[in-house]
Design a binder for this molecule. Structure first.
Ligand code: S3P
Length: 182
């Protein structure tokens, strides 16, 4: 659990990126290829509460969700050999950024606004942060968030790539870094 003594190859991998950028799907695929456990922080919170993220926001408030998100990420980022997907707002919290960047390999799944905006309709119901916002507000949020995702170890633009292509790219890039830094 003391990360400085954890070999680079055993560090957990954290996926960051905007809502609906495929962090859960890619995280699961990468975990399977690496024979690692996969942890989705939003799903963990949802099962703890027995509620969806939208319901948690409505019943308990965003602040409580963010506290739980922080506590879980601080805990799991200290584990070895995991693949972790964190919500798109997690990196807004400095403590989360710090623990992930200090203890894990952080992978940013990027995509262009043009590719992302077509996903809005299927995302809005399950993403309280998008609800009640105009498309212009959402575009602004999308570009503002790029600033926090800029803090990463590795990045891939996923426009036009399928799940297999993205997960294979991630694995290849991890293998290269394991060879370089081991
Ligand atoms: C959020 C992103 C969501 C979820 C919550 C808040 C955000 O996760 O954590 O609705 O603020 O960007 P996904 O990025 O998995 O959609």
């Amino acid at each position: 659990m003391i990360q400085n003594s954890v070999p680079y190859k055993e560090k957990s991998i954290v996926f960051i990126g905007f809502m609906g950028s495929g962090k859960t799907t890619i995280g699961e695929a990468v975990a399977k290829k690496l024979y690692r456990d996969f942890i989705d922080i939003d799903q963990t919170i949802e099962s703890e509460y027995g509620l969806s993220v939208t319901e948690i926001f409505n019943q308990y408030g965003e602040e409580e969700f963010r506290e739980r998100e922080k506590a879980l990420i601080k805990k799991y980022s200290l584990h070895r050999l995991k693949v972790i997907s964190v919500g798109g707002g997690a990196f807004l919290q400095e403590e989360i950024r710090n623990t992930c960047l200090e203890n894990c390999i952080v992978f940013f799944l990027d995509l262009s606004w043009d590719s992302w905006k077509d996903r809005l309709d299927i995302l809005v119901e399950s993403r309280p942060v998008l609800q009640g916002r105009s498309i212009d507000d959402i575009r602004e949020l999308f570009y503002n968030r790029k600033g926090i995702y800029a803090l990463h170890n590795s990045k891939l633009n996923t426009d036009d790539l399928n799940v297999e292509e993205v997960s294979q790219y991630v694995i290849d890039s991890l293998k290269t870094s394991w060879e370089l830094y081991n």
